[in-house]
Design a protein around this ligand. Structure first.
Ligand SMILES: [Zn+2]
Length: 145
């Protein structure tokens, strides 16, 4: 992993780590169980004194986006379900595919998904969910590596 990251506002590279924190992304199911990717990310201090942004969080190429709560693959699946189906059919398919409750709660963020989100809520109220499998992908780095 790189020892530096570029500020998304000014583009200047920084090696000054401000802090570390854990992100949890809902992912596609494993063996029918909801799964999550848990990773530790670094918050950097922007090195450009003229930049309006003081800190920023590194992104993992192909995996994370700012403020995203799902992996790209799960996001793509949810978007396709939302576009292809609506209401209970979409909700049933998503749950059959092992989409986590957390991810189902994000469906309403996609356009035209209000009906599906309502069905997901009813589904969550009616069904006892099994404990979610946790897939931990933890990248531990210190500021000086
Ligand atoms: Zn900056």
């Amino acid at each position: 992993m790189s020892t530096s990251a570029s500020c998304p506002t000014c583009g200047v590279s920084s090696k000054r780590v401000h802090s570390l924190y854990e992100r949890m992304l809902a992912d596609t199911a494993i063996a029918g169980r909801s799964s999550y990717v848990v990773l530790q990310v670094r918050r950097f201090l922007c090195s450009n004194t003229d930049c309006e942004r003081r800190t920023f969080v590194e992104q993992v190429d192909g995996l994370t986006k700012a403020y995203a709560r799902t992996t790209p693959l799960l996001r793509e699946i949810l978007e396709k379900i939302t576009l292809a189906l609506a209401g209970r059919a979409g909700s049933r398919l998503a749950s059959t595919l092992g989409v986590s409750r957390r991810a189902l709660s994000l469906i309403d963020k996609y356009s035209g998904a209000a009906i599906l989100a309502q069905s997901a809520t009813r589904y969550r109220q009616a069904v006892h969910f099994q404990a979610a499998a946790l897939v931990a992908v933890i990248s531990r780095q210190t500021a000086n590596r």
